[in-house]
Design a protein around this ligand. Structure first.
Ligand code: HEM
Length: 213
């Protein structure tokens, strides 16, 4: 049980820190995304900067809402005390996921690293809603364990941006790759990790314990 609490605490700490980082970085420190956009050199189609930035702001806002809503709903205590709120919050999570995916669909054609990166994002755009809706279907069928497992799989996608940047930084700064190539490697590395890590959590420590908040 203690292990379960520490797993949830770890998840909460990482999620909250990343939300604060994402908000500070994108609305305050670098609201024009200048450093990120400087790597978009040979785009096939012209980027409408004000539109792209507005879409990115919406994207980040709902990504953070999804991350927070998902985190709250993994708390067993919250579920026990506020069952109705868990439902409302769950729908907030789903709507947020859909908005993140729709905004991602707008940004994907201009992705750093070109067509291969765009394809990776489009794969994410299909996988994340599909997995999330699967979790919803299972709770409608009152299958709690399956609902929880599919939500673990879905929530992993909230770490997409964090993982892409960690892997890209490793390849760019660590191994000396060009940034666009590092970013593409980051996208595909992230997709692999997003599919593998939840399975490990579900099969080993995560089963009944991840929900002990
Ligand atoms: C849930 C956590 C997420 C956060 C906080 C987040 C945040 C961001 C931010 C700040 C950017 C601007 C560029 C950068 O710094 O990378 C961005 C770009 C982008 N994001 Fe997300 N994102 C998240 C999840 C996702 C997911 C799950 C997808 C796909 C389903 C996605 C698709 C995209 C795309 C396509 C771009 C444009 C990339 C480019 O121009 O190269 N994001 N995101």
């Amino acid at each position: 049980m203690k292990k379960g609490i520490s797993l949830y605490s770890l998840l909460a700490a990482v999620s909250i820190l990343f939300i604060l980082y994402a908000l500070a970085k994108n609305y305050w420190i670098d609201p024009g995304a200048d450093s990120f956009l400087s790597f978009k050199t040979n785009l096939k189609r012209e980027l409408n900067l004000p539109a792209w930035l507005n879409v990115m702001y919406i994207h980040v806002a709902f990504a953070c809402i999804a991350m927070a809503a998902g985190l709250v709903n993994f708390s067993a205590r919250f579920l026990l005390l506020y069952r109705k709120l868990h439902r409302v919050n769950g729908y907030l999570y789903i709507v947020s996921v859909l908005i993140v995916v729709i905004t991602s669909g707008y940004m994907a054609p201009y992705a750093t690293g070109g067509k291969i990166s765009s394809m990776g994002f489009n794969l994410l755009n299909i996988l994340w809603p599909a997995i999330t809706i699967t979790a919803l279907v299972y709770i409608k069928k009152k299958q709690m364990i399956k609902h929880r497992n599919w939500m673990i799989r879905s929530y992993a996608f909230c770490f997409t941006n964090m993982l892409i940047h960690l892997i890209a930084a490793l390849f760019h700064q660590g191994f000396g790759f060009q940034y666009p190539e590092s970013y593409t490697i980051g996208i595909y590395g992230t997709i692999a990790l997003l599919l593998i890590i939840p399975e490990i959590i579900i099969r080993t420590i995560g089963q009944p314990r991840i929900t002990k908040g």
